[in-house]
Design a protein around this ligand. Structure first.
Ligand code: PSU
Ligand code: MN
Length: 304
């Protein structure tokens, strides 16, 4: 029986019923990840990129307590304008947002949950949450990692952002049995940059190879997600010394201000954009579009 709180957009429903490719998209990146109006413009361009590559986009959010699988242009604009007034919603928050009929922007974790409820297996975003630097004292580990451990959705992202501890995030994913695939790369991309000092678990070079691995995993009922790390296109990559310096400054400011918990990722993203005069935002937009394209291709291949 379908979840009574779920509203599947007619275009998404038609595609799912016909076994056609659908790509899930998150909404915290819209409300908390980018400023207005770039957030709305980007969300609409990401949807168009998915369509241009032969799949149907399903941007996911909770609106007035309804679990929305696929948003209209008006709904995306509404969420983009609400910005950080929308509630950043991870797994723990969902029942309260629903019961109180609130608006919730879904993180990677909750987008995976809702995508799974609707039967969508491929999801594109910019960056996933992970183990934060200093987690040995703060315990700040994103619920995204636990979700990857248990929910059958593949997440295309641009690697692990260096606001996080890349090494600890990889260790955590390994413990939880979540494979990290490098798309056409042997090294783990670090979001703004194409490379890091870490390797990936498996390098795969085509959407068909990725789809075959997903199919093998889930056909055997090996539960959980997969991280598909897709490096930022070279022309948009940032100089690693520059971006890492800016991130270090932003983390110092965050600690001074005592910002923690769910507020830390949005604070760092905004600070980094401010300190780079918007060039990190441009890079962020470019890599999300690149991920949308790959996710559409993987979804198409997975449906065959
Ligand atoms: N990383 C980004 N942009 C984002 C996020 C992460 O580069 O917008 C968002 C995603 O929605 C992700 C969430 O799921 O932040 C992780 O937050 P936390 O670390 O509080 O779990
Ligand atoms: Mn956290």
């Amino acid at each position: 029986m379908l979840n009574p709180y779920l509203d599947i957009h007619p275009d998404v429903k038609a595609a799912l019923d016909a076994g056609q490719p659908v790509v899930a998209l998150e909404s915290t990146i819209i409300s908390h990840g980018m400023p207005y109006p770039e957030n709305v413009e980007t969300a609409l361009r990401v949807e168009q990129t998915v369509r241009d590559n032969g799949a149907v986009p399903a941007t996911i959010a909770i609106l007035k307590g309804r679990l929305k699988i696929g948003l209209s242009q008006e709904e995306i604009t509404y969420l983009g304008k609400r910005g950080q007034d929308a509630i950043k919603t991870s797994r723990r928050d969902i029942p309260f947002i629903v019961a109180n009929r609130c608006d919730g922007a879904t993180t990677v974790a909750s987008t995976m949950i809702l995508a799974d409820m609707a039967g969508i297996r491929v999801f594109a975003t910019g960056g996933i949450g992970g183990v934060h630097r200093g987690a040995e004292t703060t315990f700040d580990i994103s619920a995204d990692l636990e979700e990857l451990a248990q929910t059958n959705v593949a997440v295309v992202c641009a690697g692990i952002k260096s606001i996080l501890d890349l090494g600890l995030t990889l260790e955590y994913l390994e413990t939880k049995g979540v494979p990290v695939i490098g798309y056409q790369t042997d090294t783990l991309p670090a979001f703004y940059t194409r490379e890091s000092e870490f390797g990936v678990d498996y390098r795969l070079d085509s959407p068909e190879e990725v789809a075959a691995a997903l199919n093998a995993k889930w056909s055997m009922s090996l539960k959980g997600g997969v991280v598909i790390a897709n490096p930022i296109p070279p022309e948009h990559a940032m100089a690693s010394a520059l971006i890492n310096g800016v991130i270090a400054e932003a983390i110092t400011e965050m600690d001074e201000k005592g910002i923690k918990g769910k507020d830390s990722t949005p604070f760092l993203l905004a600070k980094v954009a401010e300190k780079t005069q918007g060039s990190s935002l441009k890079a962020n937009i470019a890599l999300v579009l690149n991920n949308a394209k790959l996710a559409a291709n993987v979804a198409a291949s997975f449906c065959k």
